[in-house]
Design a protein around this ligand. Sequence first.
Ligand SMILES: *[C@@H]1O[C@H](CO)[C@@H](O)[C@H](O)[C@H]1NC(C)=O
Ligand SMILES: *[C@@H]1O[C@H](CO)[C@@H](O)[C@H](O)[C@H]1NC(C)=O
Ligand SMILES: *[C@@H]1O[C@H](CO)[C@@H](O)[C@H](O)[C@H]1NC(C)=O
Ligand SMILES: *[C@@H]1O[C@H](CO)[C@@H](O)[C@H](O)[C@H]1NC(C)=O
Ligand SMILES: *[C@@H]1O[C@H](CO)[C@@H](O)[C@H](O)[C@H]1NC(C)=O
Ligand SMILES: *[C@@H]1O[C@H](CO)[C@@H](O)[C@H](O)[C@H]1NC(C)=O
Ligand SMILES: *[C@@H]1O[C@H](CO)[C@@H](O)[C@H](O)[C@H]1NC(C)=O
Ligand SMILES: *[C@@H]1O[C@H](CO)[C@@H](O)[C@H](O)[C@H]1NC(C)=O
Ligand SMILES: *[C@@H]1O[C@H](CO)[C@@H](O)[C@H](O)[C@H]1NC(C)=O
Ligand SMILES: *[C@@H]1O[C@H](CO)[C@@H](O)[C@H](O)[C@H]1NC(C)=O
Ligand SMILES: *[C@@H]1O[C@H](CO)[C@@H](O)[C@H](O)[C@H]1NC(C)=O
Ligand SMILES: CC(=O)N[C@H]1CO[C@H](CO)[C@@H](O)[C@@H]1O
Length: 584
Amino acid sequence: MRSASLWSLALSALVASASALTPTPTTKTRRNNDDKFVKIENGRFIRNGEPFTFVGTNAYWLPSLNTQEDINKTIQSIASAGIKVVRTWAFNDVDEIPEDGTWFQVIQNGTTSVNTGPDGLQKLDMVVKAAEDAGILLILSLTNNWNPRPLLDNTTAVPVDGSLGRRDVTVGTNNSLPRNFLSNDFGGMDAYVREFGAERQHDTFYLNETIVDIFKNYTTQVVSRYVDSPALLSWELANDPRCSSSIVASNVCNTTTITSWHADVGAHVQSVDPNHIVSSGSGGFPCADCSKLFPLTPAPTVSATPQRRKRNIKPFTNERLLNEVKEKRKKTREVKKRALLESGDGIRIRGRWIAARQSDPSVGTTVGPAFDGSSGVDSQDILNIPTIGFGSFQLFPDQNNYTVAGPDPNLPAFNNTVEEGNAWIKLQAELAQQVGKPAVLAAFGLVSQNNLPFFVPFNSTNAPFNATTTGNITSTSSAKVKRQDSGTANATGIGVSDDQLTDAYSSWLQTVVDVQLDGALQYQWGQGGLSSNNGSTVSQNDNTSTVSANDDTSGVSPNDGYQSAPTGDDGVQGILSDLTAIFG
Ligand SMILES: *[C@@H]1O[C@H](CO)[C@@H](O)[C@H](O)[C@H]1NC(C)=O
Ligand SMILES: *[C@@H]1O[C@H](CO)[C@@H](O)[C@H](O)[C@H]1NC(C)=O
Ligand SMILES: *[C@@H]1O[C@H](CO)[C@@H](O)[C@H](O)[C@H]1NC(C)=O
Ligand SMILES: *[C@@H]1O[C@H](CO)[C@@H](O)[C@H](O)[C@H]1NC(C)=O
Ligand SMILES: *[C@@H]1O[C@H](CO)[C@@H](O)[C@H](O)[C@H]1NC(C)=O
Ligand SMILES: *[C@@H]1O[C@H](CO)[C@@H](O)[C@H](O)[C@H]1NC(C)=O
Ligand SMILES: *[C@@H]1O[C@H](CO)[C@@H](O)[C@H](O)[C@H]1NC(C)=O
Ligand SMILES: *[C@@H]1O[C@H](CO)[C@@H](O)[C@H](O)[C@H]1NC(C)=O
Ligand SMILES: *[C@@H]1O[C@H](CO)[C@@H](O)[C@H](O)[C@H]1NC(C)=O
Ligand SMILES: *[C@@H]1O[C@H](CO)[C@@H](O)[C@H](O)[C@H]1NC(C)=O
Ligand SMILES: *[C@@H]1O[C@H](CO)[C@@H](O)[C@H](O)[C@H]1NC(C)=O
Ligand SMILES: CC(=O)N[C@H]1CO[C@H](CO)[C@@H](O)[C@@H]1O
């Protein structure tokens, strides 16, 4: 199965690269025209003068590893898998200076202060340097939408639990995971809102000028460090920005709020660093009916970038989305009917087999939450902001719905998951081509059965599928789980088999190649052989011992449910590595 999908991927890559060979005139140059920086020309990335497409991975925890050796080792093993791009967090906010571990900014006493010491931005310096040496490009994200601290946000008295010892656990999260273990435990928007928000509303982060200035100040201090580094693909303004988070939004937040913020902060970051591209980091939710701050002018244009195959791009409307779903359902219904007849699961009437009537709820008139602006994101509007260099989006079917009209009742749950992803990737590529910009799937992941006990949703601090109620995420056997069984159309549970995982990733990456998306980053890398110092991010993931000496290298990078096994030869890392060969 895997080799078959790889083979077809290789074939389509040949088709794609043939069209990428045409030399083209430069139509857009950045202020700094130095070839050492990645540029965008004619809607494509150009690296060292060549069109550049890529398979990448995510490793948000990279700067919070214990030692430079660990950072080097991780980047080198990613590079030796042939992977060219890594996305990581360039923020790490705390409300109290921690005893151990990495932190970049303390937000306390109505003020902020950036840590430029060895446990501060010097850690990020190491990541950037190691990336430079390994030929890896970084997407550096500047803040996070998600930072749940249920106890802290719900009560005034925070129990500082001494029983947690020297482990650097974040107070208020109601778990004993070390700080920085989860992607949402690095501070972010809500860290600013907790300290500076006159009212605790998530969208204060985008709206309050004081907070916006404080955040810009942080970005200035980080961004200015790497203006001359060739190792940056882009500055990503935020991971998954939305109106709401675990701290809810006010009722005035809407897509205009978030698009304006991108335009403002994007221009700021670009002014500090004219050499590198700025990107959004949003989930990629486009909204046809939302009012636009950056309307397409004069009208949606057909992509004419010379290196791309010409294709008719239909205008993006809700009507089109709904019609496409209806057409698709018609086809899957026919396929299902034929299958039923062939298997004899029909009714025999006057010598002919007739398929039993399948219930197939009609497609309604509204599009789902991925397309109606309800998250506060209109990725189409964001994408058309002049300083936003490329389209970025995410794909996490266990945590978001990407369907226009719910799952197709004619398909098994797993097939729905795969198809949804393919349609999502295709649409994003089209939307970017309409405005002549590249597009990148900045993070994609599916939770497997093996990873299910470790799975912690981005807006949560607990692993919901883990059967025990202890403080350790160690068990893989006792998970009470629902299965995404490919045999039942009504299975809605999460957790796919390892074969399904590689099938889904192969299918999505096939689509990435077919629709000429510019890059896709798997979420997230798993790294073994790390030092596991007391109090560090990696210490507790080592479930065989609690005591770790400094020279102990049995540590494993954090797993939030998406980690590819750190052995390097498991399905996910293997498939990524194989696929790198077909990207430029
Ligand atoms: C905040 O105030 C406390 C108590 O006075 C002090 O210990 C701490 O250093 C202050 N933090 C900052 C960042 O100034
Ligand atoms: C890590 O890599 C950097 C540059 O890539 C190098 O200068 C440094 O010596 C390495 N350090 C360790 C501990 O491996
Ligand atoms: C906050 O507290 C309320 C009531 O105590 C509870 O219903 C809610 O689930 C809590 N929220 C979080 C995020 O823990
Ligand atoms: C913005 O935040 C600052 C700092 O907390 C606060 O003093 C100010 O009142 C806020 N402004 C608005 C308009 O809410
Ligand atoms: C930004 O941060 C720097 C360094 O901490 C500080 O000196 C400066 O006053 C800050 N600027 C604003 C506008 O807060
Ligand atoms: C939408 O957000 C913008 C900018 O934050 C605000 O000016 C406008 O009033 C909001 N619209 C509604 C209907 O709340
Ligand atoms: C997706 O939509 C289905 C209903 O169609 C719902 O049951 C499910 O909870 C949703 N999943 C997410 C992650 O929002
Ligand atoms: C569902 O996907 C599997 C492969 O993952 C495929 O073999 C099967 O034919 C698909 N079923 C339908 C109904 O499309
Ligand atoms: C996380 O988001 C999901 C889907 O929107 C929601 O059902 C759930 O209550 C949220 N959990 C927390 C802890 O906020
Ligand atoms: C967590 O695991 C360690 C060793 O694996 C054990 O000593 C400790 O008691 C566990 N904690 C809880 C709360 O179960
Ligand atoms: C799922 O479908 C099967 C047969 O297709 C049916 O027997 C079962 O009751 C359904 N389960 C649910 C929860 O709908
Ligand atoms: C072993 C394990 O994964 N334990 C987790 C199970 O779920 C509880 C409650 O959410 C968590 O606290 C544990 O970390």
